[in-house]
Every structure is written in C-alpha cells, then in structure tokens.
Design a protein around this ligand. Structure first.
Ligand code: EPU
Length: 421
C-alpha cells in the first residue's frame, strides 16, 4: 500500500485548481443509466472512486469512453445486466446509487447491500422504503437487494432523516415513474442539486431544486442529443486545502471553485483568524503568518457545517490557540482521526459526539493511518504542521476522494512525497 511522507513546517502559499466534486460525479455517472442516448460528463476528478464507478458500469455492459481531459462518454445501449456485485459495493458504498436508475429504467436491479463502514452503520432503509412506496417489490436475499417494478409510480415521500444518497436514489427513480413524486425533507446538498440539474438537462421535470421539497413529474423517457454536462467543483477538496493553508499560517488562492457553496466553512475559517476574499470562482485565504484560533463546529446537513470537513477542523484545532468543541451529529463514529492525532501529541478528549480540543504548541511526527477518506486527509494536514516526518499509511482512502493530493500540496510548497508500495 502506498504511503505519504510529510515533512512538517512549511508555510503554504500559491495557487491551486480545484477538481470536480466526487459526490456529484458519483450520482451523475449513475444517473446516466437513465439516458436513452449517450451523454458526456466533464470536469470528472481523477479518483479511485471514479474508476470503481466506471468498472461497475462497465460490468453491466455500459460503454464508456474517457478522453485525456477526463470527459467520460456513457452509452447505455449495450447494457446487459443490472447488477452491482458485492466486491465493488464493498469498496464504494456509493454504488448503491445505481439502484434507483436501474429499477426506474429497466424494471430490475440486483445490488449488494453496502453493510457497515468505518464511520458508522450507515443503513439504506430510507432508500428501500421510498422505492417500495413507489411500487417496487423489494427483497433482501443473500446480502443482495433484489428490486423489481414494471413501472414505478409517483408517491409522496417524507424522508425520516435527511440523507444525501437516499434523496439522490429516489430522485433518479422518480424521474421515470408514472405520475408525480414529492420528496419532503430532501437533502439540500449542492451535489443533490447538481444531479437534479443534470437530470433536467436529460428531460426530467424536477422543481424545488436546492430546497427541501423536490417535486418530480415523471416522464416516459430521458435523453438529450449531444448532452455534455460539467459537474460542479468539489467544496470539500476546496475546504481541505483552505484549512491546510490556515494551519500553516499561509496564503493561498484556490481557483475553479464555487465560494457560494462553502459559506459555513468560510465563516469558520474567518472565525479562526483567516482573511478571506472571494470572486465568482475563486477564494483567497491569508493567515498573515498567524496561528489559527480554535473554533467550535457542529456538523449537520447542508447548509450547516459539513461532516466531511469535521476531521480537517479537528486537525486545525489541535494546533490552534485556545479550546474548542467539535460536535459530530451526522455520523455516529467519525472520530477515528482523534486517536491518531493524540499519537502526534494532540490534546483532544472524546466525550460521546464531542471532541474537546485544546490547542498544543506543536504536533510531533508519527506513523499514522486512518480508515476513512476525510480522517486520512486530516492526518496529512496534521503532518504539515508536525515536527519531523509524518508517515500516513493506507492512503488508498485518500486516493478515493482527493485528486493528486501530494502534487497539489507540493505545488503550494509542502514537503510531501508518495512512497509506492
Ligand atoms: N441514514 C439512515 N438510513 C438511510 C440512509 C442514511 O439512517 O437509509 C443515516 C446515516 O446512517 C447517517 C445519516 O443518515 O447517519 C446521513 O447519511 P447520508 O445518507 O446523508 O450519507 P450518504 O448519502 O451515505 C453522503 C456522502 C458522504 C457524506 C454524507 C453526509 C456521497 C457519495 N457520500 O453519504 O461523503 O459524508 O453524504 O453529507 O455523496 C465523503 O465524501 O467522505 C463522504 C463520506
């Protein structure tokens, strides 16, 4: 397994381009299964989860053509099976996103249950309940979801909990259902809206985009000639580099991003002492060489502070001035990074859903590893400010969700290298 070695102590400065959003690309690639005509998706990030999604679609018989600029053309006319096998779902839970589209368009889906994962139990009951309310016959056998429906029918769905991929699955299913579907208490994450805009470009009739009530008038078929859709920039990648710069007292400009979808994160960075300026598609952060102030955050669904930025802010608080509390309300077990940071000298105490962080003067390098994507990234950030060489192991988690992280950090002046296995 590849490892990253980070030599701490460099102040980050310079410019960086943000890649397309992982959590938009995954549902949009799955959503392409709904199209009768080939579609091309652009601004696709270079990530392991994208490769896994392509493998998943490829095994179904879907034709994929990828060019050197990471545009992917998807042609579903050759599809021959409707299965998402365990060995792929196991490595990427988002594979569950093929369930809604397969069922809606082909009337059948055979998708492995994702099972537990490092950040909590993460059930898919809300996805399944919603599809059942739309008339699907759903059985769970041998670890697989077997779903059948002649044609789904519109339904009123009130989501018991806000779920991002749950909303996306049901939204995709509803586009081809007979009649009208209303999804109440829908997730409002920008990636859900991005998917909805993409589906509308294919001919879907979705209104209420960006609100917590999505209304979908089902249509008979989807597809638009020569459709090319560019996915939105990654707000979590953006936030991660901004925090990295803030931790090092640095000064960076991130380009090709969208500041308007990062309000909660930018507010917290300002509270930490960062000077922030923004344009339509760029954000400049300047710490003027100062150490950050500790900031308390509470994660919750969008537009509140994202759980996917929680670990990075924990890393920042570890070396900030003062005491702050990080509260995780979305996932039950998303603090694996804390133990590893403690091994680097951080003073963080866990009390149920809270991490109480007392900033220390300096972290000390140590070999560390984590079992999820954002936790692994937070350890890289910790390494940037630790004394000595931090070795982050199991970085395949990082490669799932960060496009060329070591190249991008090196471009900002970090001393970081990858040790291939
Ligand atoms: N939940 C249920 N039942 C369900 C679905 C969800 O109880 O049927 C619960 C979950 O267990 C969790 C909460 O609802 O406690 C919210 O989970 P959600 O379903 O919103 O998470 P997700 O859709 O599985 C997506 C992102 C995650 C991100 C979360 C929250 C994708 C592919 N993944 O996951 O991204 O943390 O929303 O914003 O969009 C990441 O990128 O590192 C990542 C983990």
């Amino acid at each position: 397994m590849d490892k990253l070695i980070i030599t701490g102590g460099k102040q980050l400065s310079g410019e960086l381009r943000i890649s397309g959003a992982k959590n938009s690309a995954l549902p949009i690639l799955a959503g392409a299964l709904l199209s009768e005509t080939p579609v091309t998706i652009g601004n696709i990030p270079h990530l392991h989860d994208i490769t896994t999604t392509m493998e998943l679609l490829g095994r179904m018989g879907v034709q994929l053509i990828i060019d050197e600029k990471m545009n992917i053309e998807i042609d579903t006319s050759t599809i021959k099976n409707f299965e998402a096998p365990y060995e792929l779902v196991r490595t990427m839970r988002a594979s569950i996103l093929v369930l809604g589209p397969l069922l809606a368009r082909f009337g059948s889906a055979h998708v492995s249950l994702p099972g537990g994962c490092a950040i909590g139990t993460r059930p898919v009951d809300i996805h399944l309940d919603g599809l059942a309310k739309m008339g699907a016959d759903i059985k769970v056998e041998g670890g697989y979801i077997l779903a059948q429906a002649k044609r789904l029918k519109g339904a009123n769905l009130v989501m018991e909990k806000i779920t991002v991929t749950g909303t996306e699955n049901l939204l995709m299913a509803a586009t081809l259902a007979k009649g009208k579907t209303v999804i109440e208490n829908a997730a409002k994450e920008p990636e859900v809206s991005d998917l909805a805009h993409f589906l509308n470009k294919m001919g879907a009739k979705i209104t209420g985009i960006g609100t917590d009530i999505l209304e979908i008038d089902g249509v008979d078929q989807l597809g638009a000639k020569d459709l090319h859709y560019n996915i939105l920039p990654d707000r979590i990648e953006t936030g991660t580099y901004l925090v990295a710069a803030a931790m090092t007292g640095g000064n960076i400009t991130v380009k090709n991003t969208r500041p308007s979808i990062l309000d909660a994160v930018l507010e917290k960075l300002k509270e930490a002492g960062a000077e922030i300026s923004t344009g339509d598609d760029w954000i400049k952060l300047d710490m003027k060489g100062k150490k950050p102030q500790a900031v308390s955050v509470r994660t919750a669904p969008y537009p509140a502070f994202p759980t996917d930025m929680q670990a990075q802010f924990t890393a920042m608080n570890a070396i900030a001035e003062g005491v702050a509390v990080i509260t995780e309300t979305v996932f039950e077990n998303r603090f694996m990074h804390v133990q590893e940071m403690q091994r680097m000298g951080a003073d963080i105490q866990l009390e149920s859903h809270n991490a109480i962080c007392k900033g220390v003067e300096k972290l000390a390098a140590a070999p560390v590893m984590a079992t999820d994507l954002r936790a692994s990234a937070s350890l890289v950030l910790a390494g940037l400010v630790a004394e000595g060489d931090t070795m982050v192991d199991r970085i395949y988690h990082i490669d799932r969700g960060y496009d060329h992280i070591e190249e991008k950090l090196a471009q900002l002046g970090a001393k970081i290298r990858r040790i291939p296995n």
